[in-house]
Design a binder for this molecule. Sequence first.
Ligand code: NAD
Ligand code: UDP
Length: 336
Amino acid sequence: MNILVTGGAGYIGTHTIVALISNGHSVVVIDNLINSSRESLRRVEEITDTTIPFYEADLRDYDTLGGIFNEHPIDAVIHFAGLKAVGESTENPARYYRFNVGSTLNLLKIMNEYNVKKLVFSSSATVYGSAPVPYVESHPAGRDITSPYGKTKYMIEEILSDVAMSDSSIEFTSLRYFNPIGAHESGRIGENPTGTPNNLMPYITQVATKQRESLRIWGDDYDTVDGTGVRDYIHVSDLASGHLAALTHSKPGYHVYNLGSGKGTSVLELLRAFEVSTGQKIPYEIAPRRPGDLPEFYADVHLANSELNWQTTKTVEDACRDSWRWQSENPNGYEQ
Ligand code: NAD
Ligand code: UDP
């Protein structure tokens, strides 16, 4: 297939492109580089030994989208592009709706114009709000979502569902990611947050490189295995293979799948796994709970296992080793 990858220069996009090309697909990428760099795609080209057609453009620019669809026969779209900082979305909600929802509407319009029926969308476990664990796709989403970011994901899911209902040949899939960590085993591509990382794994790796002094663990008084927050960490390469599975699975309509490992891991458990698998000691201190954090969530992955014939193959330890390889070999990310 010839696949348009929006946001393909980002963390999950780059890893997915490697999986797509390794499985014989061709890609075209659009990314405005608002949260990424050209270098990430250059490294994907190096890993895959290909040249990737790249458009440095904003998805909200309809004319550029038209030019891309005109120039390339697109069979399907994987839609990663979007803003993803939860805190920032609370400070500037309108920007998040413009970027995330607005971009998606543009994309749907051009897909309709060029008769492209297949789309895979990056959704998030955040659309469940505070649901019972494990999170199952059949649980009603959309209630209790704590951030505008999460609401944009839910709104986009609703839009995709409505559009899919209007045309029986459409195949739209939302993949609800849990917590992606890890990096490509080459150490050449990985997560590259700007400024102070909000997420746990990049914070840990930056403490390991001594760019940050110590990890603050946000709360050790939750009702969890050891009091610290529990999440479902999934290796980004497993997440990438989930996109491949969703893309090659042919089923008209609108479908939703969780992509997680199906297992909960606490902050202290992840920390220990990192220390054991990399030999790096991570100093930490216990701090008050982070506002808005849920104590515990992890995925039920039976649906993706059975319908997409997809399984994770990597452990949390693999992810720790790969994250560390990436961070230690590229302490400044893609900046040399
Ligand atoms: P990322 O920021 O690394 O990648 C997103 C890419 O989209 C970036 O390269 C950015 O420059 C680009 N982009 C943003 N707005 C754009 C626009 N209007 N036009 C063109 N390009 C634009 O993020 P990621 O971690 O790779 O996440 C990819 C997707 O998965 C996002 O939609 C994110 O919300 C979603 N997601 C991520 C996580 C996570 O923990 N990383 C979890 C759940 C869902
Ligand atoms: N966390 C932490 N210190 C940090 C970053 C995260 O203790 O510097 C905890 C956080 O409270 C949560 C878990 O690590 O329990 C995962 O946080 P992350 O932000 O990576 O994912 P999310 O909470 O958005 O699922």
